[in-house]
Design a protein. Sequence first.
Length: 465
Amino acid sequence: MRLISVALAGLLLVSTSAVAAQTPVQEQALLHRLAGDVQPDRMRADIQALVGFGTRHTLSETRSDTRGIGAARRWAQGQFEAISRDCGGCLTVVTPSDTVTGPRVPTPTEVVDIVAIQRGRSVEEGGDPNRVIIISGHIDSRVTDVMNFTADAPGANDDASGVAAVLEAARVLSKHKFDATLVFAALSGEEQGLLGGKILADYAQAQGWRVEANLNNDIVGNSEGQSGVRDTTRVRVFSEGTKTVETEAQEERRRYNGGDVDSSSRNLARFIDNVADQYLANFDVEMIYRTDRYGRGGDQVEMLRHGFPAVRISEGAENYDRQHQDLRTENGVEYGDTLEGVDFDYLAQVARLNIVAMAALANAPASPLGVTIEGAVKPDTTIKWQAVPAAAGYRVWWRSTTAPQWTRSRWAGSATELVLPGIVIDDFFFGVSAVSEDGYESPVVFPGPAGSFVSVGDPAPRTAN
């Protein structure tokens, strides 16, 4: 395995013509192998099982073993427990819950998440188990009337497809060890107000997890849009541009100096986009500069309200006839979220994207801390940061203020400061990534609170979705 040379650490002042000589991104054989381990047939079986429970509405039956949300939750817990047996007990399965009432929950109802935790290597082994990477999908389903908990609501794509991706990620990744902790979560209560997302976020905060990423998979299995056009090569990744937990002082600074499109979640989306380009064949991430689809929401919103970096992953072409619909046929059009609407080869590509991104994040060092930038009324720009464990070196990035992706970089070695001569601070956005000895690289961190991957403050007030 080619190692990143730290001999370049002293080259802090180099001419701008040296940009082309930057250290190339290193291919990781493990990530290619993980992508190859995904099995579409296993996800088909998962979705068939979930559809078989009739309805998984949050307010539905909890005591039956064959119908309702209770049976579905116990099934999911059994799947995680079986995966754990296969990896020698590497998963700890927990069921955080809360008794909830609200606009869509008229009587007190226990909402339960099913969560499997794959603890990262210990500090003594070179890992950091308090760093946490989460994949999630919601297990509950609904029909046209969100309060109808008795009608059949198969929820094959919304969101059994997301749960199937979570389970497949657990099956594949549990065969390996990682520096960071991986969390696989089947959430409840999404359709009743993102309830399971809040339960998970509260649990993460109570555990003291340093959540570096939440990949929320919601509606990820369909490839044929309502127009009839089939697109098997594109998936959308939604990310907020500015942090939900931003303070008024931080907002003022960000509006003046930049950071509107550089939250930790947005740079997480850029990271996922790069992973797709490097490790997946004929499958492209389309970054959407929006927290979620227009006027709609998913469980990642609750993670954002707690200050955790989070994105929503959704199929590229939605079919609204198959979402939140009573099962029926009208004027020759079939309505309902049934198994026939799932493209399992497409879903497998989405699962590969999640799995490779999680592994790349978990094997990379933590994103740099304390990133600052200087250069006002100067011809040069200076960027500084704090060292993080397991980083063999750091890469400083910059791009035009209108560019969607980081385009230029310079290797800084093990230093924690880099001067960019002739690069004027006014004309570019800047960031820093950390690189491990074997070439895994963290997401880029934008300077200041606008881009920090460290959660700050209390959860933001909840609003209706």
